[in-house]
Design a binder for this molecule. Structure first.
Ligand code: ATP
Length: 458
């Protein structure tokens, strides 16, 4: 999305909310981009962002969607150079639509903590549980009960937009409600690094250490961010150890399992594997439908009188299989659009209004993409995928690629054979069977397959 499009949204917004409100609250926003369904804005202060989030994010998201940009959430961030106080510098004031007040991750006893803002919507109540996420949900619930620490850390991982952040916020909300005296610190790994660098710059590293070691529960989101950042990793490792030694609960999230995070120090990987590592699997049809039903119910109340035909939610759950954020964005756009044109949400309207999202979801995985990804993963040449080499370190990845070609595309065995350098269909069948056999006994292979499947389906 361009600044020009944002300009169009601003024009309509000024008419809707009045020029005075517009000048006070919208003009100072700096549009910083829209990606993955998140519209990002820079704001002068945290208070300012909080206010805009609570009062105008619905308007902003509705207009962005009506202008053809799939935005399910707005984030208001104070840029580093303007943060002049102990507020979190990159603390997002999460403001998904439907937005309710965002709440800082603080309570009476942790005024001094540099945590990120919690999204009031991300609670256990609003989290829909299905087969793909039931284990992660159960583990998160257990931690949120705040009883004796039974596994430490809890490591949640999964692909983009599958609910990791939602579950972490839910844990923090629940802990704060049950035990307000607890010092719960939730922040992203990026914020951790920023705080650390700032402490180094201001020569306040001892304060930094003390602060992070004084919490009762530490929750770090997107920990893969610190991979390759040596000093931050070092500091994180010490903080981590100090808290574990004190039997303080740690919850961590990442986009992949600890062992799969490249450039993360081995000692950190192994520490993270000591607790409970749980995976949020890609959604299945039932879970997607459950989530859509829940969100649609909310929108029905928001947009009073707006009807939705039977079959529309089922259609969306069937067709949009990427991630929950895209699913939510689609529904937001659909309701915003239908309310603007004053029409019932029918299958036809959904197909029209969501044509781009549906097209993107339709994109078929090709055998070439599978070969490239698998070759990258095993660090072999792409040409070896179709070449004649029979060495184990080449032949096995080739069989893995054959396996995925069979599993994830609708190509027939002879077609797959042709794309693997003109091999016979029986060779492909043998390759697929070999992998199916090995995956039950070889845990390394089974991990590789899981990771690759997630990447290929992302
Ligand atoms: N099971 C669920 N029930 C209800 N809402 C969900 C569920 N899973 C995901 N969502 C919603 O999908 C959106 C994306 O979820 P979230 O931000 O937690 O994903 P994530 O896994 O942290 O993604 P990322 O990898 O981008 O950080 C949120 O609005 C969240 O509320």
């Amino acid at each position: 999305m361009t600044n020009e499009a944002w300009g169009r949204v601003c024009e309509t917004l000024a008419k809707r909310i009045g020029i005075n409100n517009y000048k006070s609250w919208i003009e100072p926003l700096r549009f910083a981009g829209l990606s993955d369904g998140i519209a990002r804005f820079e704001v002068p202060t945290t208070f300012f962002g909080d206010w805009v989030s609570r009062n105008y994010s619905d308007h902003i998201l509705g207009l962005l969607n009506a202008d053809g940009h799939a935005a399910g959430r707005a984030e208001f961030v104070v840029p580093a150079q303007t943060a002049a106080n102990p507020q979190p510098t990159h603390a997002p004031i999460a403001a998904d639509k439907p937005a309710r007040a965002a709440k800082p991750a603080r309570n009476r006893s942790d005024e001094d903590l540099p945590g990120a803002t919690l999204d009031a919507r991300f609670t256990f109540d609003s989290f829909v549980v299905g087969k793909p996420n039931e284990l992660a949900h159960a583990a998160a619930r257990r931690v949120a009960e705040g009883g004796p620490v039974s596994f430490n850390p809890l490591f949640l991982y999964g692909g983009v937009g599958l609910g990791k952040t939602h579950l972490m916020h839910a844990i923090a909300h629940e802990l704060q409600a049950r035990q307000p005296q607890l010092r719960v610190l939730y922040l992203s790994a990026e914020q951790f690094m920023y705080r650390f660098v700032q402490a180094l710059r201001d020569k306040q590293i001892m304060d930094f250490k003390e602060l992070f070691r004084s919490v009762d529960v530490l929750m770090v989101d997107d920990v893969q961010f610190i991979a390759g950042k040596d000093s931050t990793q070092e500091e994180f490792f010490h903080t981590f150890n100090a808290l574990i030694d004190q039997n303080k609960q740690i919850v961590i999230s990442a986009d992949r399992a600890p062992g799969e995070i490249k450039d993360l120090e081995d000692r950190i990987k192994s520490r993270m594997q000591c607790g409970l590592v749980v995976d949020l699997h890609p959604t299945d049809y039932e879970l997607r439908l459950g989530i859509l039903q829940q969100k649609a119910e909310y929108y029905r109340q928001q947009y009073k009188g707006l009807a939705i035909s039977t079959g529309v939610l089922e259609f969306l759950a069937h067709r949009i299989t990427t991630n929950v954020r895209v699913l939510e964005g689609a529904l937001t756009r659909l309701f915003a659009f239908a309310s603007l044109v004053g029409r019932e949400i029918t299958l036809e309207l959904a197909q029209d209004c969501l044509a781009d999202i549906l097209r993107a979801s339709d994109r078929k995985l090709t055998i070439e993409e599978i070969q490239r990804k698998v070759a990258e993963h095993y660090n072999i040449r792409l040409s070896d995928m179709i070449g004649p080499k029979r060495l184990r370190n080449i032949a096995r990845p080739r069989q893995v690629a054959m396996y995925f070609a069979k599993q994830l595309t609708s190509r027939s065995l002879p077609e797959i054979g042709r794309r693997f350098g003109g091999r016979d269909h029986t060779t492909i069948m043998h390759g697929v069977r070999k992998i199916e056999e090995l995956m039950t006994t070889d845990s390394q292979l089974s991990d590789d397959l899981q990771l690759l499947r997630r990447q290929l389906q992302a």
